[in-house]
Design a protein around this ligand. Structure first.
Ligand SMILES: Nc1ncnc2c1ncn2[C@@H]1O[C@H](COP(=O)(O)OP(=O)(O)OP(=O)(O)O)[C@@H](O)[C@H]1O
Ligand SMILES: [Mg+2]
Length: 490
């Protein structure tokens, strides 16, 4: 369904877009996170360097403790600053955040808060050397760097920490921006694909409507083709659709006239038969001569009808393929039998040119029928006893074989030459003749030629009559047996 196609296209665009957006958002989210974490780590190392620098050169343990305290007092802990702490043997914890380590009471805190702060403080002091991440109750995660330096003759354990809340905040910001931009881009893409889908599917919908009308029996509608429109696939489709309808119309027309002609041809003998039977029935006691005459006439008409039926059947079979039974036909034998058969049927000047030696891949019965139809026509259009009927067979090379049948009759006017191969087509001259055929003979010749992959045409013969040319493939010439001279050297 064309409108379904439009929605399917839109759905696919939406799926692909959402997928792409989610992947990009995920990559940017992670990228932002690790970038900021790297920055935080760098900052921690700088802070640690500064802190260690302060202790550097302390003479005694007490001097180290004093320097640390002074430094910590100068770096009070605030919302955006760093947590600093140091432990010296015998001194306990020194820090710029005494509430956290329980060194100073914070009146506003509940017992629960106090307990979780104590847990955090313990894990801060226990954390291994180097960088680690600890969960902190209020600030999300805490990034911690621990190092041990020697100052005043003792090992001083230092700790520098920073909350990672900023990472989460930046990441959330990125996701928010992405969600907004993504939703906007998605809406635009969906609108665009709906529009494109509508543009692409509208000719298809029109075509479907026309096809439905054709299905209902109306062959007239065609796709409109604007001269200025782009020469894209839709136009090509519309053109072939119209072309197909033209051909369909022509085929229906041909079918209709074929059926009309066929029934007309069948009606003629039936009328004759009925007339004869009525004449016979009108007589009270018909003489035996009358009966014999009517029997002769009726038999002739019945024979005519059955030939017509056979011809029609053959033409129908030829359209359906699998019509030929191909076999190797020995050409000289085949032509000799054919010629002997036809030349005995009438008194004419029959001439047969030289026949090339070889084998033709063909259906010999059908080929006989085609050549007989041509010969019969030549006989019918020439006068006894000296009317010329001549057959020439030529090897054209590359497996092609040509039959030429010439006569010295009236010939076929050039404007009729293409149409004599149509079914039921007779030239005016032969139509007026009472004993004319039905006009299927040459249509059968053409069908047989084409079934063999060949073709047939007509032109004027040297004697001014008709010359029918039948070209076929599938010929293999037989080479002459090697002569004594060649045998000697082989
Ligand atoms: N050798 C010929 N010389 C002149 N006209 C010919 C010749 N062969 C065919 N024609 C013309 O072509 C027409 C079609 O020939 P075709 O063999 O198809 O039909 P037909 O001979 O009239 O009938 P059918 O062969 O079915 O008995 C003939 O009616 C005749 O007018
Ligand atoms: Mg004929």
């Amino acid at each position: 369904m064309p409108s379904g196609m439009r929605w399917r296209l839109t759905a696919w665009v939406a799926i692909v877009m959402i997928f792409a957006l989610v992947i990009t958002a995920f990559a940017v989210y992670n990228g932002t996170g690790s970038q900021i974490r790297r920055d935080v780590d760098q900052e921690l190392r700088a802070e640690m360097g500064e802190f260690a620098q302060v202790l550097h050169g302390a003479g005694t343990r007490a001097d180290a403790a004093r320097r640390a305290s002074t430094y910590l007092t100068s770096q009070p802990f605030g919302a955006a600053s760093t947590l600093l702490f140091a432990t010296l043997p015998g001194t306990g914890v020194l820090t710029n955040q005494p509430e956290l380590f329980g060194l100073r009471a914070d009146d506003g805190e509940t017992r629960l808060e106090q307990r979780s702060e104590a847990t955090l403080a313990a894990s801060l002091l226990r954390a291994p050397a180097g960088i680690s991440t600890l969960p902190a109750p209020d600030v999300g995660d805490l990034r911690l760097l621990r190092e041990t330096v020697r100052a005043g003759g003792v090992a001083v354990h230092l700790g520098v920490g920073e909350p990672l809340a900023i990472v989460a905040r930046s990441q959330n910001g990125v996701v928010g921006a992405f969600a907004l931009a993504g939703a906007l881009a998605l809406a635009l893409a969906l609108a665009a694909s709906l529009l494109v889908g509508a543009r692409v599917s509208s000719p298809l919908r029109r075509m479907a409507a026309i096809a439905a009308r054709v299905d209902g029996g109306d062959l007239r509608p065609r796709m409109p083709l604007s001269e200025s429109g782009p020469a894209d696939e839709t136009r090509v489709l519309a053109e072939s659709f119209n072309h197909m309808l033209d051909r369909l119309t022509a085929a229906f027309e041909a079918q209709r006239s074929f059926i009309g002609d066929a029934s007309h041809e069948l009606r003629t003998p039936l009328t004759v038969i009925r007339g004869q039977l009525e004449v016979l029935a009108a007589e009270r006691s018909p003489s035996s001569e009358d009966v014999v005459r009517v029997e002769r006439l009726v038999t002739a008409e019945v024979a005519r009808m059955s030939r017509l039926a056979d011809d029609l059947l053959l033409l129908t079979q030829a359209e359906q393929g699998e019509f030929l039974r191909l076999d190797d036909v020995d050409l000289p034998d085949f032509i000799e039998d054919l010629w002997a058969g036809v030349s005995a049927t009438a008194e004419r000047r029959f001439e047969l040119g030289p026949v090339p030696s070889g084998v033709l891949l063909a259906d010999s019965d059908r080929l006989t029928q085609a050549l007989r139809n041509l010969i019969e026509n030549a006989i019918n259009h020439t006068t006894p006893p000296s009317g010329l009927v001549r057959l020439d067979v030529q090897d054209l090379g590359a497996g092609r074989l040509r039959f030429e049948l010439a006569d010295d009759g009236p010939g076929i006017p050039s404007e009729q030459r293409a149409r004599v191969f149509d079914r039921f087509h007779r030239t005016d001259a032969s139509r007026s003749r009472a004993a004319g055929g039905t006009g299927l003979g040459l249509a059968i010749v053409k069908a047989i030629a084409e079934a063999h992959g060949g073709r047939v045409s007509v032109r004027e013969s040297a004697g001014g009559g008709a010359l029918f040319v039948l070209d076929l493939g599938g010929f293999s010439a037989r080479r002459r047996p090697a002569g004594a001279f060649e045998r000697l050297w082989s």
